[in-house]
Design a protein around this ligand. Sequence first.
Ligand code: CA
Length: 589
Amino acid sequence: MQHPLRRNRFLFVASLAALVAVVHPPQPVAGQQSANADEDGTVNAAALMEAAPAEWLSYGRDQAETHYSPLDQINAGNVDRLELAWSWEIPKTGARLEATPLVSDGVMYATGPHSFVFALDARTGEKIWQWDPGIPDERQGGPSVCCGDVNRGVAIYGDKVYAGLLDGRLVALNKATGLVEWVVQTTPPGQDYSITGAPRIANGNVIIGNGGAEYGIRGYVTAYDAETGAEAWRTYTVPGNPADGFESEAMRVAADTWNGEWWVVGGGGSAWDTFAFDPEANLVYVGTGNGAPWSREIRSPGGGDNLYLSSILALNADDGELVWHYQTTPGDDWDYTATQPMMLLDLTIDGRERKVIVQAPKNGFFFVIDRLTGEFISGQAYADDLTWASGIDPQTGRPIETPEARYGTNRQGAWLSPAPFGAHNWRPMAWNPATGLVYLPAQNNVSYYEMVTDFQYTLGQWNTGTTIRGGGGPRPDRPSLTGPRTLLVARDPATNTEVWRAPSQGGNGGTMSTGGNLVFWGSGNRLVAINATTGEELWATEVGGGTATPMTYQLDGVQYVSILGGSTREGPRMWTFALDGSAESPRGN
Ligand code: CA
């Protein structure tokens, strides 16, 4: 595929220079990879950097998933002039909004509830096309979903837009018209798989995972040729029945860490959200989910680490082969997924240049891992009231579990923190190279874990093997938490320490950071702008309940900030702001 090289005329040279000075090497952006390849096929990193700043071409803006934009027209000195530029109501209601919009060539692409896909003029908010796959609600026979008919957005590559659908389909739409170019069913019909995550692009393939571990599935990730939809590779995250033979050496190794007949329920390990791509290392990073059932004593009687649950997997981008793995929660018992957003950073740690991957999985610990080798570098608590583990062993990189944590092995229910919601969930973290901080939307919560004694697998039902949905014996009093329910934490990943924190007003949304020394964040019903250095709140506006993740772009010399926000009651809406924007608020505020 050949595309004209997009050159941005509104490049901010100063902020770009600052970015290059701190972050090295620049991470290419998905949609431009083929466009900027030299004749020998190598990617021209300088050209990619030059093309990137004004747009937002992939979920995390870059393939390192930093959710950082160097744009600085809107900055800490003038953000109080931010006003509504336009808004657009999504004509489809359902669950919470979770998508990060993408902007390419002046057009914004995003998704709403029930895998609804749309394209808007990014200058005006005028609709260009919309596409509704018509997936029925779970109550009307639609797919089983643990956590609502949500969707986290699209991928762009060449002349197509890609979306994963709730019913397990991956669809390629024509970027200009929204017409279907190809569609593949990525999941076996009749099983409890679903897709809510945004696809990613790596080496001309569309990477997509799936969810369903609460119901009982076997996790996997698949790469499809972006042009044709042909399957390039599929990599399972947990082993199947050994009697059927193993797909790879990695599955044979993993099977040694399981007991019993785990394949009956499926084992879990669904990769339902996070991916990152390092083109230089040619590695695709995958965050894997929890065990199915949750209770290890039922899933794998007698214990075991149960590879590769709750892990970061580094896969060869060409064939999906496992290169290394790091398990954040060995032998998961608690729905502590490692599907939370990861990012690739180049940091100086203890005087050494390190290429790292950072992640704050559900389990409450912030991990810094060597992204080339999988070597553990550091793991520190980012949540306030953790009771399942007292820390991460600095030598082994394994959690130090508390005596009460293994409620199933102990045959003793226990209140444990965090809860299955996790101390961090799908909400993207952001990085700012000037401050050297990661901005993490965290939460503190606690849940009672108790194993059921009469577990039976039932298709179409939650199969957690716990009393999370009722039943069980009498419970001790719920312990109180010291930390705020939801908050924004700014962490220095080089030292793995907290620098500042800001409490939310209500629910949490995702984050985005900019060259204007700002962090944008969905906090309760509001979009807020925060000083990236100090944590001081500088600006806020109401956008409605269920804020998703902000992003930014620049067109015709104007920088915009956009976010999806608004419940079914208020009307789900795309909100876009600019300095001295002059649109009337649709809600009269
Ligand atoms: Ca789960």
